[in-house]
Design a protein around this ligand. Structure first.
Ligand SMILES: Nc1ncnc2c1ncn2[C@@H]1O[C@H](COP(=O)(O)OP(=O)(O)O)[C@@H](O)[C@H]1O
Ligand SMILES: [Mg+2]
Length: 301
C-alpha cells in the first residue's frame, strides 16, 4: 500500500514507529508535513500538493494533526477524503474531538461517564454555575486546551469567580467541572484501535500538581484496566467516531469518568512501558480497513 503519514514531526516517536512498522510490512510510506501542503479546490478535482508535487495514488493516510493546527490539518484530511482516500481519522471526528463541549455532549448522550460539567458563556450566573458542580473546589478549563495548559483548580468560590471572569473578559470559551478529588494527580490513558484497547497506562504527576499530563512532568506506568474501564474507553471512542484514539479517564468513586479523547495520541509511553507493539496494531488496522468502502460518519453531531 501507499501510505502517507500526515505529521509535522518526522522525528516524533509515534511518526517514526508507524513508518518503521509499515515499511517492515512491505508498504511504501511517506511522511508529509501537512502544514506545508497546499490544496487546489476546483470543480470535481480535489488535489493536495506537497513540495511542488501532486500527491496521488495514495491508499491510506494516517493523520497526526497537532492541536494548534486543527483547522488547517483537518482541511488537508478533508481534501484527501474528497478524493476517496482512506483515513484512520476522519476530518469531522478530529474537529469534534478537539472541542470539549461537543465531546462531552456526545459522550454523555452515548452513556459514557463524564465529570459533571457546566458550560456558560456569561459569568452573571456564576454562583449557580458553581453550585451545579458541587461548589468549590472546582475545575475550570479552557474548552480547547491541551497538555494540561488552561486547566485550573479553583480552591475557593472567590478564586473560581475570578478565573471565570478572567476567561470571560478574554473571550475564552470555558467549562466548569466537578473536582474529582479521589483521582487528583492521576489519570488513565487507554489506546483504542478498532474497537479494542491495545495498551493502557496510568499517568501520575510527579509533584503535587493535580494534572497528570506527561507534558506537565507526569510519568506513565502500565496499568490493567477493569472491565468497566475497558468498556467505557471503547464506547467513548465509538461515540466520537474515532476508531484509533487515546481515551483519558479518571478513576472516580462512581466508576470511570472520561476526560477527553485524543485523535493523535502518542504511542511512545504506552509502547515503552507496556512493551506492546501499538504501531503494529495500527498498521494492521489500516491494512484491514483501507481497501473497504469508507464508512459513513454516523455520530451525527
Ligand atoms: N474534573 C477534574 N478533577 C480532577 N482532576 C482533573 C479534572 N479535570 C482534569 N483534571 C486533571 O487535569 C489534567 C488535564 O485535564 P484535561 O481535561 O485532560 O485537559 P488537557 O486537554 O489540557 O489535557 C487531567 O489529566 C487530570 O489529571
Ligand atoms: Mg488531557
Amino acid at each position: 500500500m501507499n501510505i502517507v503519514i500526515l505529521s509535522k514531526g518526522s522525528a516524533n516517536y509515534t511518526t517514526k514507529r508507524l513508518k518503521e512498522v509499515a515499511v517492515e510490512r512491505g508498504h511504501r510510506v511517506r511522511i508529509v508535513n501537512y502544514g506545508q501542503c497546499y490544496m487546489a479546490v476546483e470543480k470535481g478535482n480535489p488535489v493536495v500538493y506537497y513540495e511542488g508535487e501532486k500527491l496521488s495514488d495514495i491508499d491510506a493516510i494516517i493523520p497526526r494533526i497537532a492541536q494548534s493546527y486543527t483547522k488547517y490539518g483537518s482541511a488537508v484530511v478533508r481534501q484527501f477524503e474528497m478524493q476517496g482516500v482512506y483515513t484512520t481519522a476522519s476530518s469531522i471526528a478530529i474537529v469534534r474531538s478537539r472541542d470539549k463541549l461537543r465531546a462531552y455532549q456526545l459522550m454523555a448522550k452515548a452513556g459514557v461517564g463524564v465529570p459533571k460539567t457546566v458550560f456558560a458563556l456569561e459569568t452573571a450566573n456564576f454562583e449557580d454555575v458553581l453550585d451545579l458542580v458541587g461548589g468549590a473546589p472546582a475545575i475550570i478549563k479552557v474548552a480547547r486546551g491541551t497538555h494540561g495548559n488552561g486547566v485550573v483548580l479553583a480552591e475557593t468560590r472567590k478564586a473560581a469567580k475570578a478565573v471565570m471572569q478572567a476567561f470571560y473578559v478574554e473571550g475564552v470559551s470555558f467549562l466548569v467541572q466537578e473536582y474529582v478529588e479521589e483521582s487528583a494527580g492521576t489519570d488513565i490513558r487507554a489506546l483504542v484501535v478498532g474497537g479494542r484497547v491495545v495498551a493502557s497506562i496510568k499517568r501520575q504527576s510527579l509533584d503535587d500538581d493535580f494534572r497528570s499530563n506527561t507534558h506537565q512532568g507526569g510519568i506513565g506506568k502500565a496499568v490493567k484496566l477493569t472491565e468497566e474501564e475497558e468498556k467505557t474507553a471503547i464506547k467513548a471512542a465509538k461515540a466520537m467516531g474515532l476508531p484509533i484514539c487515546g481515551v483519558d479517564m479518571m478513576r472516580s468513586n462512581r466508576g470511570p469518568l472520561v476526560l477527553e479523547i485524543n485523535s493523535s495520541a502518542s504511542i511512545k509511553t504506552p509502547e515503552l512501558v507496556t512493551k506492546r507493539d501499538v504501531a503494529e496494531k495500527i498498521i494492521e488496522y489500516v491494512e484491514h480497513n483501507a481497501t473497504q468502502r469508507p464508512r459513513k460518519d454516523k455520530v451525527g453531531a
